[in-house]
Design a protein around this ligand. Structure first.
Ligand code: NAD
Length: 470
């Protein structure tokens, strides 16, 4: 798309593992470009929505095949985001996983749900598309978090305008650029540029009927206020401060420590539903911190394209500096900071930080109270279960959470006392994701759900068609 007004020019994406490398560039679009994308989307959407959902699902399957066949998409994602190789492969595969999962729901979109059929007539409910969707995404999982919006929104019959984060627009531009010709012209487009110009216009535009935004709570607040002015349908997937609660019956062994490390340090700690704080019985808190450190000592921090690297850099300077500041603050408060692993990256060239495990803090420390979104994990001691649950819940956030126990039934029962959108038992993080589970936050972690049926219904308005005469 050609830039037409404010902010016109190009933005540059640099490799967070080696900031001397320019990975690519993207157009810095203006509000007028968003308006043009909305106009094109409107025409295309009417045509797309007129097709049966099963036909739309077939087009999405073809799109998934095309994306899977693209050469070098994983590598581009590693170079713009900073993630490691296995994770980039997982992320790129998410479009295909979602399109197969949601395809099974297409017949129900076409048929609607017959809710009542009696002597008074029939009442049927259809899930109709909302129209034009603005999908605004962050830099930590740029492609997967786009796919989780684009796939169900298109299947439901909408047009989608994607606004990727400026640090990571390239994988999204390349992958979606490879499939747009499968859809009516203008149905799926990408608008790049700043959040304050392009993102804001998408949220403000009266013809955009739905905004689905994944990002920080601060941005979510602003978007919610702006979307209110045109009474938009809204999904907000925002920040989190996920707690892992270790019960007294959990065995502190390598398996448990390995799962906690993976739950906390995937994407260098920049995973919205990664473990951000661990609560352990006082008697085992130090032993647990030692176990976590022992696993992390086997980590190699470096460029995700280099063999043997288990953790990449932070995505950007601001995030690296923020996490470093929280670690310094923890140290200044008397916390014990264990820095782990081998540093193979050059911290002068990339935004590297060693993974850290921190003990000896109370919940007022910034590393505990704030969303660190980085590779530093506090392990906190508790004396009674009720106290621990109160501390887990004493947060403005409520995205995911976990309970670790030898008795999973007990864990599942206790889960109901945790204020969060998801509570995993003996699991947490990327490998706990299940497309069948509605995902999203309570409190200031967001509004609405992605994945499962609610993740499709989020892009629809229910339409009641009744022949009943009461
Ligand atoms: P961010 O809020 O800075 O940016 C997110 C997106 O919003 C970007 O595309 C940005 O350009 C755009 N934006 C910024 N201001 C805007 C405005 N006024 N109007 C419209 N759009 C605007 O977030 P980030 O720093 O890219 O991502 C990190 C945050 O995202 C963390 O807080 C993390 O927890 C959160 N996150 C949440 C989830 C989830 O599912 N809940 C998933 C991933 C990340």
């Amino acid at each position: 798309m050609r830039a037409t007004d404010a902010g016109a020019g190009w933005g540059e994406v640099r490799n967070p593992a080696d900031t001397s490398e320019v990975v690519g560039a993207y157009p810095l679009l203006g509000a007028g470009d968003v308006d043009a994308a909305v106009e094109a989307a409107g025409k295309a959407q009417t045509e797309w929505a007129a097709r049966p959902a099963v036909e739309r699902a077939a087009v999405l399957a073809e799109a998934a095949d095309r994306i899977a066949a693209l050469d070098g998409l994983d590598e581009l994602l590693i170079r713009e985001q900073g993630k490691v190789a296995w994770e980039a492969g997982f992320e790129v595969g998410f479009f295909e996983a979602l399109s197969s999962y949601y395809a099974a729901m297409a017949p129900a979109l076409d048929e609607g749900e017959l809710v009542v059929d009696d002597g008074l007539g029939q009442l049927r409910v259809f899930l109709e598309p909302v129209g034009i969707v603005g999908a605004i995404t962050p830099w930590n999982w740029p492609f997967a978090l786009t796919a989780v919006k684009v796939v169900p929104a298109l299947l439901a019959g909408n047009a989608v305008i994607v606004k990727p984060a400026s640090n990571t627009p390239l994988t999204v531009m390349r992958a979606l650029g490879a499939i747009t010709d499968l859809f009516p012209s203008g149905l799926l487009s990408v608008v790049t540029g700043t959040g304050s110009t392009v993102g804001r216009r998408l949220v403000d535009h009266p013809l955009v009927r739905k905004v689905s935004l994944t990002g920080s709570t601060e941005t979510g607040r602003e978007a919610a206020a702006a979307a209110g002015r045109t009474v938009k349908n809204l999904t907000l997937e925002l920040g989190g401060n996920d707690a892992a609660l270790i019960l007294e019956d959990a065995v502190i062994d390598e398996g448990l420590c390995g799962n906690l490390v993976s739950g906390a340090f995937t994407t260098t700690g920049q995973l919205c539903f990664g473990i951000k704080r661990v609560y352990a019985p006082r008697a085992v808190a130090e032993e647990l911190a030692e176990g976590l450190s022992a696993i992390l000592d086997q980590y190699t921090v470096g460029n995700g394209l280099h063999p043997g690297v288990s953790m990449g850099p932070l995505n950007n300077r601001a995030q690296r500096d923020f996490v470093a500041e929280l670690i310094d603050d923890a140290q200044a408060r008397g916390g014990a900071v264990r820095r782990c692993g081998e540093m193979a990256g050059d911290p002068e060239r990339g935004w590297f930080l060693s993974p850290a495990v921190v003990t000896g803090l109370d919940d007022s420390a910034r590393l505990v109270a704030e969303e660190q979104f980085g590779p530093a994990l506090p392990v906190l001691a508790y004396d009674s279960l009720d106290e621990a649950i109160d501390r887990v819940n004493a947060s403005e956030f409520g995205l995911a959470s976990s309970i670790w126990t030898a008795d999973e039934d007990r864990g599942a029962g206790l889960a109901r006392r945790i204020a969060a959108g998801t509570t995993f038992v003996n699991n947490h993080g990327l490998f706990a994701v299940d497309l069948n589970g509605p995902f999203g936050g309570v409190k200031q972690s967001g509004v609405g759900r992605e994945l499962a049926l609610p993740g499709l219904a989020a892009y629809t308005e229910s339409h009641t068609v009744s022949t009943r005469h009461l």
